[in-house]
Design a protein around this ligand. Structure first.
Ligand code: CMP
Length: 148
């Protein structure tokens, strides 16, 4: 096992359903640490750029509209095998295929509106973290005595 960082997005439906605390709680209970967090309402340009890999897919326009429909919470998770750990906590992309007890099985309405996004590998994690936090905002989990 190695310590990794993964990007997580709590999508507009997750924020609207007031699930931020519930979802962050699941990450923390699994031993993942939040090292960056920001709430942002994506513009069309940002949503199109973030999901550019899906540009040719038939669901691209609907995906972009959904992702800009309300604010999202973007997070960087850190921990042992954080990328796979997050994917397990989220469950399959299609909630109909997601294991019971996963975020998508518990809360997602459909494959289109599936509550969360998570990086799918180390290269995408690097790119996705840079996309949202390239200008800063990552806080290493240090703790020190500041009384002296
Ligand atoms: P996500 O893990 O963020 O990656 C791409 C997103 O596209 C996916 O979650 C869904 O929100 C959305 N999507 C819509 N339709 C599909 C589909 N048929 N297959 C995969 N992803 C889809």
């Amino acid at each position: 096992m190695s310590v990794e960082q993964a990007l997580s997005i709590i999508k507009p439906d997750g924020v609207q359903k007031n699930l931020v605390g519930e979802i962050v709680g699941r990450f923390e209970k699994a031993g993942l640490e939040i090292i960056a967090a920001r709430m942002i309402h994506l513009s069309r340009e940002q949503a199109e750029e973030f999901y550019a890999v899906h540009k040719e897919r038939p669901f691209f326009d609907d995906l972009v509209s959904y992702m800009m429909s309300g604010p999202v919470m973007v997070l960087v998770l850190q921990g042992d095998s954080a990328i796979n750990a997050n994917r397990k906590i989220m469950g399959a992309t299609n909630p109909a295929d997601a294991e019971l007890g996963t975020i998508r099985a518990d809360f997602a309405e459909s494959i289109e509106e599936n509550i969360v996004h998570g990086s799918d590998g180390p290269d995408t994690a690097l790119q996705e973290i840079a996309f949202f936090f390239g200008d800063g905002g990552i806080c290493p989990r240090t703790r020190q005595d500041c009384t002296k």
